[in-house]
Design a protein around this ligand. Sequence first.
Ligand code: ADP
Ligand code: MG
Length: 676
Amino acid sequence: MNLSSQLSLVKGVGDKAAEQFANAGLHTVGDLITFLPRGYEDFSEIVPIAAISPGKRTIRARCEKISTRRVRRGLQITTATLADSTGKLQAVWFNQPYRVTQLTGHDEFYFSGEFEFSYNRYQLTGASAEKVSDMPVSTDRIVPIYRAVKGLKGQLVRKILTELKPLIMMLPETLPQGIVEREGLMSYSRAVLGMHFPDSGRDIERARERLGFEELFHLLLAAQYNKQANSQLDGWHIPFDQTAVKGFVDNLPFALTNAQRIAAWEILQDFEKPHPMNRMLQGDVGSGKTAVAGLAARQSAASGFQSALMAPTEILANQHAETLAKLLEPFGLQVGLLTGSVKGAARTELYARIADGSVDVVVGTHALIQQPVTFHKLGFVVIDEQHRFGVNQRQELLKKSARMPHLLAMTATPIPRSLALTLYGELDISILNERPKGRKPILTKIWSPNSRAQLYDLMDEQIAMGRQAYVICSLIDENEDNDLKSVEAEYKVLLTGPFKHRRIGLLHGKMKPAEKDAVMNEFANGKLDILVSTTVVEVGVDVPNSTVMLIENADRFGLSQLHQLRGRVGRSEHQSYCYLMNSTSQKPTQRLRELEKSGDGFYLSEVDLKLRGPGEIYGRAQHGELNLQVATLGDTKLIARAQKEAKRFVESGQDLVQYQQLAAAVERYQRLTTLN
Ligand code: ADP
Ligand code: MG
């Protein structure tokens, strides 16, 4: 029996069990051993109902009565009476109507939840429920709880893992021994044992530390190798050309901020190095990233290289093309725009002009990575809002050059340093932490739906002064099941009600690109007073005359996203306003209060990381692909330790070949964490 043995060969696994495992994606012994518990129940602390006191509590009881009612749209409350031999208590769940089916009957359950005072009485809130008969009968105090993937029974998982215990105890070490010793970590075997058969809470902690460390070590080691690999590539040499740079800067309608100057200087220095640039430009919304990218493109063209700028939406690509044309055409450079809307002969012609090098700067959407696009001499690639693209898409574009081109990945979602290190390794980072001169802070205010009328008056005052406004809604269609404002419904309401004397446009993701562009252009040219939109305006859109933003159901958005949205106003010398409409008249969340207080994207990203954890922020896909089972990207201490060891490992010149499992994990991560 070894890790790659089929589970069906393990004692106690019949056909039916094997099928259940297979449905849950568990085929081999190794799969099951690394199927880690999602949590634990501590049954040493079961209290009789008669003796219960407030706090996190576990009881062993039957459900006597249970029912669900719908309080309002979006909220269902399930209440139950639970009884043991000493007494009864009331339990409550929010939006978990399935509890009725689960708990009706005569089975006994362990309920673990918060016993607290709410709705005018003490009750057990949001308790988990585990059937007593599914739990091991032994004296085990701490029982691991497994995810019930496709109905997989925890009882079965525990039983078969018990069969495999002797094998787990023999598992060889997977990390280099020196690291295990220096870091004082549990052995691999003890850690896996500790996850599945813990003796104490401390045991679980130590096991998680060990396995989490290992995951982070893989990730950070991959980053180290990426850095090393990059420094061995030959890049294009783009020498500093003072005349070109000075000409560009003198022609700008504004003076560069200091932060822009430093970032540009860092980029131009990278251009001169023998290996390709691999740099991220982090700049808060409105910090002027495009001008920096434009300057670099100017420099690249001065040496005869083409540049490509890829943006996630058509609206953005159009805007960038327009901006860059203004900045670069005075120097005789050609800027081309390639999106899905460029069709037929125009597209064919553009392909030809990109291929023969007569277009110097190509701006576009995903269309840029399509097969017919070939460059004459691509030297510099800019990816705007880089987190919106997958690794493969970035690589497709980079492959269109004979050598690895210089890469500038731009993002307006500032990433806390610790996290950037883990996600992108030893990246070079430039930061724009300064807003262009003359910009006033955006006045941000949380608003209660009770005073909606006053708010509309304030907005109308601004419009009367010639300014424009955004109204942001989260959804496209009216949805029976929730209270959220849909963009279409809201559009109709505003059109016939409070703003019937104003010109209103509608924008959402389901519209055709041409329709979107038409509306966006009308808004940009001042032909609309109000744009009712979903979050499609979140990234990059630049209409300086708009000074008011109303975000409906603001409490439903993430902090970083709200900050991004808010960045659509405050783009001129006029005072701008952002109103955060709460869904209810209740106390606003901490998220909204933080946003009201601060306009600093870097500060807000740290707060967001604390409040929500990294997975929610940096895209589920990206975090999901990292596939961290134990480690969290918010654990900066463990990250620092793993980082130190990864550096040490690479510097020691050890060969990965002797660590098979390590090598495989690292290789997988190398693909995921590279920028270029
Ligand atoms: P972002 O970093 O959000 O992509 P943009 O590049 O869209 O920001 O720039 C935002 C606006 O600020 C644009 O209208 C741009 O022309 C203007 N801008 C950029 N740099 C400066 C500067 N140094 N001084 C004044 N305005 C600037
Ligand atoms: Mg931008």
